[in-house]
Design a protein around this ligand. Structure first.
Ligand SMILES: [Zn+2]
Length: 58
């Protein structure tokens, strides 16, 4: 299940595509990922790790 991030919430775009990421929840993981299906840019953690995503996508 993919969740759009609130547009008011500051988060960096994918550094490759320039697209705003979305959040996906699996059993015990939260993944911030680029919605572009050919792009594998993502950050997976037990929390929605926005700092890690922003560090990876400066
Ligand atoms: Zn991307």
């Amino acid at each position: 299940m993919r969740i759009d991030i609130n547009p008011n919430f500051p988060i960096n775009n994918c550094k490759i595509c320039g697209i705003r990421p979305v959040v996906e929840q699996t059993k015990d993981r939260w993944t911030i990922l680029c919605p572009n299906p050919t792009c594998r840019n993502s950050v997976s953690d037990k929390i929605v790790n926005v700092p890690a995503w922003n560090k990876q996508n400066p």
